[in-house]
Design a binder for this molecule. Structure first.
Ligand code: GCU
Length: 670
């Protein structure tokens, strides 16, 4: 039975004997040009994969004999395929006189090439005349764990944290290495190990030693560890009376901590900071700004090769403006003030990881600052681990959005990869959906989201469809019809989820604090911008948040070309309509229906599409491991039940404002 532990690194024996023979001939021995730890990992991973796929052990030898199918692994900074030089950490795989040569621009490049070669076999591609080349478009490809020292995970839905702090540094759970393998196989090269709502504890000698032990497991996989830090740490654990970034004692404290960390972890990646956000302390507590804070940490990092990633997820308590605009207003004026190796980390959208958001207006608005795109892989607002929602279409929607910052084609992806503003450093972060559950992600299909994040971080031009097919082949089945069916379900699933929860640009109408299920009626909370009515603004006239110049004018934060797409309710794409407009219930939409009818149509057809997903899943049953199939079948039943819950709760609530009957054919029988 398949318990999901092996993720996409399955390496089961290839059943087709003919194909296996071809591969066996090609993979007789491995010659590794070098024996550094990462090259050793590459050879070891190849051996392990080939053993499983081909049922043969493939020795690593110093030189091969003639006629032995040889896989050579080598670092070659000048390597290229058809004249295309490789970028940093890029790889090429080619066939030379019948043998396979995997070259990397760096050792990590070789490792990525080794995994790519295995993927060729896992997906049953030919090994003849290979000429593959690939380089990552974004340099820092990071997972952000929101894991706490007590073993809980903020917004984690797959058990508790995989880090067992009380056992570290003495015991290294074998799982850490499996985690590193999985990440390296998709090109992830950094992990922030703890929650952005950070405990100061990680900066104590006791914990630095524990983090160093984890770093030791990650290092041979080309993965560096990073930490989230609590701004108030100098006060909380340092015995100082202040955490003012301009105070010399505070600066010295951070410099000392940083030096201590680098002594234990020479390749430490750097710091991630959530400051003056949702009650977290920060430099503003001392009348300083975000740049003062980030620059002080950059100085503390000094000559060490580390980054500061400063989050832009900020909004003030009891704001009576529009939360949509707040990060922009705080950060845009700081553009140009951040020191080198300081990046500002921006969520994909302006509110908070909703199921669909317009791209964050900061993208394209801070040309002098490298921006890290932060997406959420864990499904905080997308059904936790019970709803099957494949997130690549959502990630792509942001990546492909055009900011027009530097003329047409200045997509968010190109802002983030540094090509629009010619930045030397670039980064992308995904909030991890990984926990201690045997299958890592709770919902087995959640693995596809981890996978897709890594693949898009590597190459944002890949399509959501191609990644879905690839993941399905590696993980579930290679039978072509089943692959097509499953990929189809995956690719449509996010849109289906949006329809039965927050269609037409509705947002933030979920259950309070746990962020699950519907609660559109929520009218009071600790702060107004945590209520649902703040966002949907339903009244007798209509529905939606007016962000045009008649309303909050958040639209004005975008370039004129972008404004034009969204500013007229008649031409605004329906998917974004209620993000920007308060629309009359009887207003005719571009779909030909009135707002009320369209809203009902989307809730009803969305919920019914879950039945379609169930049917598709039932149809592939013969091709799927029975235990895994049953697991997902059960979750889809819950998803259907909860889709009806969302539909009925929202339609009935909005009906109290619209005061119209539910249209046929959806109206319940009288
Ligand atoms: C959301 C989430 C919080 C998290 C925050 C953040 O608001 O609900 O749990 O801490 O995002 O990204 O900092």
């Amino acid at each position: 039975a398949d318990d999901g532990y092996r993720l996409w690194l399955k390496y089961d024996l290839i059943p087709d004997a003919g194909l296996r023979k071809d591969y066996q001939k090609a993979a007789g021995v491995i010659v590794s040009k070098g024996s550094t730890p990462i090259l050793k990992t590459a050879a070891g991973e190849l051996q392990q994969g080939l053993q499983g796929l081909l049922g043969q052990s493939v020795p690593v030898v110093s030189a091969s004999k003639k006629g032995q199918g040889t896989i050579t692994l080598a670092v070659d900074a000048t390597a290229n395929v058809s004249g295309q030089p490789l970028g940093k950490d890029g790889y090429s795989i080619s066939t030379r006189s019948g043998n396979i040569v995997v070259t990397g621009q760096s050792e990590s490049g070789v490792l990525y090439g080794a995994f790519a070669l295995l993927r060729q076999m896992q997906t049953r591609q030919s090994l003849k005349d290979l000429a593959l080349t690939s380089s990552p478009r974004i340099q820092y490809r990071l997972l952000n764990h929101w894991d706490n020292p007590n073993g809980t995970v903020e917004r984690g839905y797959a058990g508790s944290s995989i880090w067992k702090w009380y056992e570290l540094p003495e015991r290294l759970d074998p799982r850490y290495q499996d985690y590193a393998r999985a990440n390296a196989s998709i090109g992830i090269n950094g992990v922030v190990i703890n929650n952005v709502n950070a405990s100061a504890r990680y900066l104590t000698p006791e914990y630095i030693e524990k983090v160093a032990a984890l770093a030791g497991v990650m290092r041979p996989y080309g993965i560096r560890v990073y930490m989230s830090v609590l701004w108030a740490a100098p006060k909380v654990i340092g015995g100082l009376s202040t955490s003012d970034p301009l105070d010399p004692k505070v600066k010295q404290w951070w410099t000392d901590r940083t030096n201590e960390i680098y002594k234990a972890i020479p390749d430490f990646g750097g710091f991630l900071v959530k400051a003056n956000s949702e009650g977290e302390p920060g430099p503003q507590d001392y009348g300083r700004d975000h740049a003062d804070g980030a620059n002080m940490l950059a100085d503390a990092l000094g000559q060490h090769d580390g980054l500061v990633m400063w989050r832009a997820f900020v909004y003030k308590a009891n704001s009576n403006g529009d939360r949509f605009k707040e990060a922009y207003q705080e950060f845009k004026p700081l553009d140009g003030r951040f020191k080198p190796k300081t990046l500002v980390q921006v969520k994909n959208g302006p509110i908070d990881f909703q199921s669909r958001e317009p791209f964050h207006p900061l993208f394209g608005a801070m040309p002098r600052t490298p921006l890290v795109l932060e997406v959420q892989i864990t499904q905080e607002y997308l059904g936790f681990a019970t709803h099957l929602v494949y997130l690549a279409p959502m990630f792509k929607e942001t990546l492909d959005a055009d900011t027009y910052a530097n003329g047409q084609g200045s997509t968010v992806a190109k802002v983030v990869d540094g090509s629009v503003d010619k930045h030397a450093i670039s980064g992308i972060a995904g909030v991890a959906n990984i926990g201690s559950d045997r299958n890592w992600t709770g919902h087995p299909m959640g693995q596809a989201n981890w996978y897709a994040f890594g693949r898009l971080a590597w190459d944002h031009t890949l399509s959501a469809q191609a990644i879905a097919e690839e993941w399905t082949r590696l993980t579930l089945t290679t039978e072509p019809r089943a692959v097509r069916t499953i990929a189809d379900v995956l690719v449509r699933s996010r849109d289906i989820y949006v329809r039965y929860t927050t269609p037409l640009g509705l947002h933030h109408i979920m259950g309070q604090s746990i962020h699950y299920g519907p609660e559109p009626w929520l009218a009071s909370s600790a702060r107004p911008d945590w209520t649902a009515v703040y966002y949907h603004k339903a009244d007798a006239a209509g529905l939606g948040f007016d962000r045009t110049e008649k309303g909050s004018n958040a639209l004005s934060l975008y370039r004129p070309e972008v404004q034009r797409q969204w500013q007229d309710p008649k031409t605004c794409p329906p998917d974004y309509l209620l993000w920007f407009h308060h629309v009359g219930w009887n207003q005719q939409l571009s779909t030909g229906r009135t707002l009320w009818n369209e809203l009902c149509t989307r809730y009803y057809t969305g919920a019914d599409s879950v039945t379609w997903m169930q049917q598709q899943w039932a149809a592939v049953q013969p091709q799927i491991d029975p235990e895994l199939h049953a697991d997902i079948t059960g979750r889809l039943q819950t998803q259907r039940k909860e889709a009806l819950w969302w539909r009925d709760a929202c339609v009935l609530y909005f009906q109290t404002h619209a005061r119209q009957p539910i249209p046929a054919p959806f109206a319940p029988p009288a």
